[in-house]
Structures are given as structure tokens and as C-alpha cells.
Design a protein around this ligand. Structure first.
Ligand SMILES: Cc1ncc(COP(=O)(O)O)c(C=O)c1O
Length: 394
């Protein structure tokens, strides 16, 4: 076996350097850096928790967005029943860091992954749940639990996923019954309900477009419930929804649990949606702090390119200074131009604050985020927040 390569030396040095700026003003943050405006994040946290409480609906935020055990615990302390993740290794990273209730809202089919999960079910105090959409997936889950000696009743909660319009995972309503019956026939599994998530609906800009997509989801959920009810099966819970649609699911009377994740940081993509009536207002809380490193007659260049932030949902928005547009300058550069002639280009060395287009893959590019208290202008570094499940893709 090869000796373990030293992944850690450079990362450790960067961590220590970042630690050294705790307590210092915002100017001390080296660039490019992933920065969380803690005040804005806490307001988002409270607004979503208040919304769920007022609606009488469970909140299980998606932790694939922040991948941080600390933030998952914070969400649970504010009333979330647990968190979702998308990958087995994300679940393990958060469970080992003490998160007590984790739902893998995704299908897992590889025996090796299911074996890791089964070990965790056996060894850790965390309550796990998982989504399934195939007979093979259910059979392999049962076998993995058996292999590690997990035979006690309802050792893991299982949600059967229905494709409610997203066109990704999940079965059509007519196929759900057989899977639910297969789950119910296995003592080690507890049938916990239906996974019903329409991902692409989240990013349709207008309320009417999103409503039309979600109406289809409701039809699929109703059809599935009717089939299961006709077979005398009670569905304990329908879970799903994201930041672009949760008001609709909450109002439907069908969903009992919301999985929104991005509301906590609010990226540029979600901020482009027309807000749903009755939706809480979420603020941008995740930023890339960058610095102007070159200036010419026509443009300035900052030191954050797409190794600092994901660009799958569009380029970052320049938050500060006002009046600038970000153009792709490659891996390590961003090109800044004025929106009109009244605006001046920033000077060499000036700080630039960017709002990433898509928060989830942006966070996954960083080992830690810098938690800022007191605002982008005059705040100070309060703490570092580790991205515990960074790179946990298995
Ligand atoms: C299964 C599932 N649930 C919920 C979400 C909602 O996340 P967000 O609010 O970040 O869009 C996602 C996002 O991709 C998802 O895949």
C-alpha cells in the first residue's frame, strides 16, 4: 500500500493563518476568501425557522449546500428536525461531527457505500434516513444492514422517491406501490414516506412559471397518495421543496417537510427569482472577498476566478463597489468593467465583494469559510467555519 500522501501541510498552514485573523477587522482577510456575513445568515436562519413554525410544517434544510456540521447544528438548534444530504460520505462527515438526524435524500446503489452507511447506522447515535427508487436499491440496503448485524426493527427510515416533474431520480406514481410494499416487508426498514422534489422548478424566474411546474408536482403526489391509500397504506410524510418553491409546497397541504437549503446563504441565481407572495426575504450572506490586482484603461482585474466560485449558474454579481460587472477572466481572475461612464473603476488593491451565482458548488471549493460579524465594511472576523463534507462525493 502507498504511504498516505500529505494532503494537509498547505491546508494546515492556511487554516492557521486564517485563525490568526480572528478578532481582526475585515481588512485583514486575505483574498480570495469565502466569507459568511454571520448577521445576514442568522437573519435568514430565523426567517425560515419562523416561516416553518408559523406554517406548522417541519423544516429539514439541505446541508449539501453548506456541508458544515456547525451550521447543521445551528439549524437544528433553531427548530429544524434534522438535515438532508445528498451523498453517503456527506452523511458520514456530518454524523462523525455529531449531527444527530440526517436524511440522504438521494438514491445509493453501490454496495460499498451502503456498507459504510450500515456501519454508521450500527455504530453512531445519529438517526439516518435514505431515499430509494428501485427494488435493487432496497434489497442492497437490507443486505448491507444484515451484513453488519443490524437487525433491529426500523433501524433506518426509508422514503420512496417519486419523480414529480424534475425528470431525475424517482419512479412514476404507479410504480411507487410495489416499492413501498417491499420496504414495509422488511423489519429493519421503516417506511417513512415519499420524497417529492422538483429541482428545475426552483430556478424558473416568474412565480406563475414556478406555480405551473409545482401544480404538476402536486398532481403526481396526489396520484401516488391515492394509489397507496387504496392499498390501505398510510403515508407518514411527504418531504421535498427548495428555496425557489417552498412557499407553494408549504401551502399545498400535501408536503409535511421542507428541504430548502440555499435560503441560508442566498446566491445570485436565487436572488434573480421573482419572490413568492408570503415568502420571507432572504439576504445575501455568502461572499467571495477579492482584491483588485491589475487596472488598465478599460477594466480592472480581481484575484477571484472560477477556482474561487462556481459558475454553473452564472457569473458572480459584484456586490461592492457599486456599478461593476464581473466577466470571466479564467481560473484565477475576474475582469471588472463599469456599467456606465458615471462609474469609476476600482483602484489597485481595492476590495471587491462578489456574490456567487450558485452557493453549493462554491462552498465545496473551500476548506473553511470566514465568519464575519458586523458587516462587510466595518466587521471583524468572529470565527472560522469548517466545510466538513468538502469533497465528500462518494
Ligand atoms: C433533493 C433536494 N432537496 C432539496 C434541495 C433544495 O435545495 P436549495 O434550497 O438549495 O435549492 C435540493 C437541491 O438541489 C435537492 O436536490
Amino acid at each position: 500500500m502507498n504511504a498516505r500522501p500529505d494532503f494537509g501541510a498547505g491546508a494546515h498552514e492556511r487554516w492557521q493563518r486564517a485563525q490568526a485573523v480572528i478578532g481582526q477587522g475585515v481588512a485583514a482577510i486575505d483574498t480570495p476568501a469565502l466569507v459568511i456575513d454571520l448577521d445576514a445568515m442568522e437573519r435568514n436562519l430565523a426567517r425560515m425557522a419562523d416561516f416553518a413554525r408559523a406554517q406548522g410544517i417541519r423544516l429539514r434544510p439541505h446541508a449539501k449546500m453548506h456541508k458544515s456540521a456547525e451550521l447543521a447544528r445551528l439549524q437544528m438548534a433553531r427548530g429544524a428536525v434534522g438535515v438532508c444530504v445528498q451523498k453517503t460520505d456527506e452523511a458520514l462527515a456530518l454524523a462523525h461531527a455529531g449531527v444527530s438526524d440526517i436524511y440522504i435524500s438521494n438514491e445509493v446503489i453501490a454496495p460499498a457505500k451502503l456498507a459504510r452507511l450500515a456501519q454508521a447506522v450500527r455504530a453512531l447515535p445519529t438517526r439516518f434516513s435514505i431515499a430509494v427508487d428501485s427494488a435493487l436499491g432496497i434489497a442492497r440496503l437490507v443486505e448491507a444492514l444484515l451484513q453488519v448485524g443490524v437487525t433491529h426493527p426500523a433501524a433506518i427510515d426509508v422514503f420512496v422517491e417519486v419523480d414529480v416533474g424534475h425528470g431525475r431520480c424517482g419512479v412514476v406514481p404507479a410504480q411507487a406501490l410495489a416499492l413501498v410494499q417491499q420496504v414495509m416487508a422488511q423489519p429493519s426498514l421503516r417506511f417513512a414516506g415519499l420524497q417529492a422534489y422538483h429541482g428545475s422548478a426552483q430556478h424558473r424566474r416568474g412565480v406563475a412559471e414556478r406555480d405551473a411546474a409545482l401544480a404538476e408536482s402536486e398532481t403526481a403526489v396526489r396520484a401516488t397518495l391515492a394509489i397507496l391509500n387504496a392499498a390501505n397504506i398510510t403515508v407518514p410524510l411527504v418531504t421535498g421543496a427548495g428555496t425557489g418553491s417552498f412557499v407553494r409546497e408549504a401551502n399545498s397541504g400535501l408536503w409535511g417537510e421542507l428541504q430548502a437549503g440555499s435560503y441560508l446563504f442566498m446566491d445570485a441565481d436565487y436572488a434573480s427569482n421573482e419572490a413568492d407572495p408570503g415568502a420571507p426575504t432572504f439576504e445575501h450572506a455568502l461572499f467571495i472577498k477579492a482584491q483588485v490586482m491589475s487596472v488598465s484603461a478599460t477594466h480592472a482585474v480581481c484575484d477571484a476566478g472560477h477556482k474561487s466560485h462556481a459558475i454553473d449558474s452564472g457569473l458572480p454579481r459584484v456586490w461592492l463597489p457599486d456599478g461593476l460587472i464581473y466577466a470571466n477572466g479564467g481560473d484565477e481572475h475576474g475582469v471588472l468593467r463599469e456599467v456606465d461612464q458615471a462609474v469609476e473603476l476600482p483602484a489597485l488593491g481595492e476590495t471587491v465583494w462578489l456574490v456567487p451565482g450558485h452557493c453549493d458548488p462554491t462552498v465545496n471549493l473551500h476548506d473553511f469559510a470566514i465568519g464575519l460579524r458586523g458587516g462587510l465594511d466595518a466587521g471583524h472576523v468572529e470565527r472560522l467555519i469548517t466545510i466538513d463534507a468538502r469533497g465528500a462525493l462518494g
